[in-house]
Design a protein around this ligand. Structure first.
Ligand code: ATP
Ligand code: FE2
Length: 328
């Protein structure tokens, strides 16, 4: 069975094509905001509008399949930025009209989990979903991915991006942040905020900006943010493993690219006899292949296609009944 998936919830517009567990294409284009600014929803939506037809064409060419050969269509229906979701769902609806194929509405967060389970071979992991817009600790229980813990304010990726935007003007901030953190030598004290299973990063961000203004070197502040934030996340992951009685960790989302975070999780997992999997960058970040694969799973397990391509900007992970689990 061949599925085509459309992603476009935030900065990336992507079209992926999968044939069962083989990824045939994963085309994408990313909206890059002007230096020194963050994502502007209307401009990102405009970017998607301009990119959509070309990205679709690239995916079809890459996959070497005709549009007629696609069995199922899928689109990311939320959560995300409403103007971006509108463009994505309209594009999906138009493709459904044109092809007459079933169209599956996919939850973006769940797609991050499912592509990770499929590619890494994890079965029933605690999922660390760490991206620019999300920080959640998830695990399967009774037909759903439950949120065991999450940020009470901003996401970890957002904290990193905001800090770097103020300090250097670069966006996304993750890669340069990583490089600077590796050069840091002196830890500057930052607030470590874990409340039960939840986390908070805004206090750490404010303190980091202040310390930098007061003269701490950029490398030292990045190093200190890295050590503080990833230790907080590792602590909560370990508690989730223990509470849920699971023995796998899967890291998904753009922040999965952080070497240091992976290192901390691996140490924690090896001490507990658990396995640690990290989704590779092309598939950890927003992409169409994850939407295609999740749509295919849902379709195969009897989830109903949608009649109209609506979107839900605040669609929560635990609102979705996961009919296909534990298949991957
Ligand atoms: P979502 O819509 O799921 O919240 P997103 O739109 O933020 O996702 P992703 O591509 O999943 O998009 O994640 C992007 C985030 O990952 C950015 O905040 C970026 O700074 C961060 N990031 C990328 N590389 C690294 C890295 N090496 N270390 C830390 N953070 C990174
Ligand atoms: Fe994402």
């Amino acid at each position: 069975m061949i599925a085509l998936g459309i992603e476009g919830t935030a900065h990336t517009f992507g079209v992926g094509i999968v044939e069962d567990t083989t990824i045939l294409a994963n085309a994408k284009r990313m909206y890059a905001p002007p230096k020194g600014t963050g994502i502007h929803p209307a401009l990102a939506a405009q970017h998607h509008q301009n990119a959509a037809a070309e990205v679709l064409e690239t995916a079809i060419r890459e996959a070497g399949v005709a549009l007629d050969a696609i069995d199922v269509l899928a689109y990311a229906a939320g959560p995300g930025l409403p103007p971006c979701l509108k463009v994505t769902s309209d594009f999906a609806g138009a493709l459904q009209q044109k092809t007459g194929k079933p169209l599956m509405a996919v939850n973006h967060c769940i797609a991050h989990i499912e592509i990770g389970r499929m590619l890494c071979g994890a079965t029933d992991p605690i999922v660390m979903y760490v991206s620019g817009g999300n920080t959640q600790i998830l695990g399967y229980s009774q037909e759903r991915y439950r949120v065991f813990g999450e940020t009470q304010d901003i996401a970890i990726g957002n904290a990193i991006d905001t800090f770097m935007r103020h300090a250097t003007g670069e966006f996304p901030g993750g890669p340069p942040f990583d490089k600077l953190a590796a050069e840091g030598t002196t830890y500057v004290e930052l607030p470590y905020i874990v409340k039960g299973m939840d986390l908070s990063f805004s206090g750490m961000l404010t303190a980091a900006l202040r310390k930098h203004r007061q003269g701490a070197s950029l490398a030292d502040v990045c190093y200190s943010m890295q050590e503080t934030a990833f230790a907080m996340l590792t602590e909560v992951t370990e508690r989730a493993l223990a509470h849920a009685g699971k023995n796998e960790v899967l890291v998904a989302g753009g922040v999965a690219a952080s070497q240091r975070f992976n290192e901390m999780l691996r140490i924690m997992c090896s001490e507990r006899g658990a396995s640690c999997f990290s989704v590779s960058a092309d598939y950890a970040r927003d992409n169409g292949a994850m939407i295609a694969w999740t749509g295919l799973l849902a379709h195969r397990h009897g989830q109903q296609p949608v009649e109209r391509a609506d979107f839900f900007s605040r669609w929560r992970t635990d609102e979705v009944e996961v009919l296909w689990f534990p298949e991957r």
